[in-house]
Design a protein around this ligand. Structure first.
Ligand code: AMP
Length: 282
């Protein structure tokens, strides 16, 4: 089993020996747990590129808004420990809320602009919670490399911005979206979906294939492509609404005319489950 730390102090003592005395490199994979193949891809990359791999498991309350799924978010540390053991993770950091937000906590990190668009429009305060916890975790672990999935593309871009702006000495390694064989992006939230809802959720991936095919056929107008994605997804049962379909360049600037390397980003409600996904135009 990997070592399990609940306190920053204990984690730091452990890492101090490895980094300072033995000069080992450290890779870090921050997660909210309930580990799946997407998380596993991040961990495997870290294992290849570093001597030591640390995984954090923490459902961060400050990145959930009122009425969101904080309480029902799936949690199973024993299972996560077993997954980490299977992959050869060295240590798991699973702090308590008191450890991360002790009495008197007052500091927040706010990345302007990027926190307000796309996800930020629909989840006010979300990215303030994300930036704050990511900075805290990076300070606790002080890794050489940190791994983020492109599944949460805006989060990846926000963390890249924060790391540059605050001169954090860490390399960010992006990992492409990992999908189930039928195309559904792995997500801890997929456990919320009924069988029928899951079937409708596949329309997200299929809409990306449809959009890519339109682009391959020469369509480059974002408005036309976005309309077709919306029409296609909304034609499926259990799809309650679409929060957004956007097409941007790789830095999240909106595009009217689509080029290779741009991103299609969507957020869709299937039943009571909110799913996000994105596609790199090729
Ligand atoms: P989460 O536990 O959902 O906060 O995710 C932790 C990390 O895993 C984040 O960097 C996510 O982007 C990444 N991740 C989650 N799902 C996937 C996926 N299907 N493919 C690639 N990365 C993922």
């Amino acid at each position: 089993m990997p070592l399990l730390f609940k306190k920053v102090k204990d984690l730091r003592n452990y890492l101090h020996g490895l980094k300072c005395e033995r000069g080992l490199s450290v890779g870090f994979v921050p997660t909210m747990g309930y580990l799946h193949e997407g998380h596993k891809a991040l961990i495997k990359n870290s294992k290849i590129q570093n001597d030591i791999t640390i995984v954090s498991v923490y459902v961060n309350p400050t990145q959930f808004g009122p009425g969101e799924d904080y309480e029902r978010y799936p949690r199973d540390l024993d299972r996560d420990m077993a997954v980490c053991e299977e992959l050869g993770v060295d240590a798991v950091f699973a702090p308590t809320d008191e450890e991360m937000y002790p009495e008197g906590f007052r500091t927040e990190v706010y990345v302007k602009g990027i926190s307000e668009v796309l996800e930020g429009k629909f989840r006010p305060g979300h990215f303030k919670g994300v930036a704050t916890i990511v900075l805290k975790l990076l300070n606790a672990v002080q890794p050489d490399r940190v791994y983020f999935g492109e599944k949460d593309y805006q989060q990846l871009k926000l963390v890249e911005r924060m790391v540059r702006d605050l001169l954090l000495p860490v390399e960010i390694v992006p990992v492409p979206v990992v999908r189930e064989p039928d195309g559904l992006a792995y997500s801890s939230r997929n456990v919320y979906l009924s069988g029928e809802e899951r079937e409708s959720a596949l329309s997200i991936y299929r809409s990306f294939l449809l959009a890519q095919e339109m682009i391959n056929q020469g369509e480059r107008r974002s408005e036309v492509i976005k309309k077709e994605i919306e029409r296609f997804i909304l034609s499926h049962p259990h799809v309650k609404k679409i929060d957004y379909v956007e097409i941007t360049d790789s830095e999240l600037n909106p595009k009217d005319i689509v080029d290779k390397g741009d991103r299609i980003l969507v957020a869709v409600w299937v039943g009571n489950t909110r799913l996000i996904d994105n596609w790199k135009v090729s």
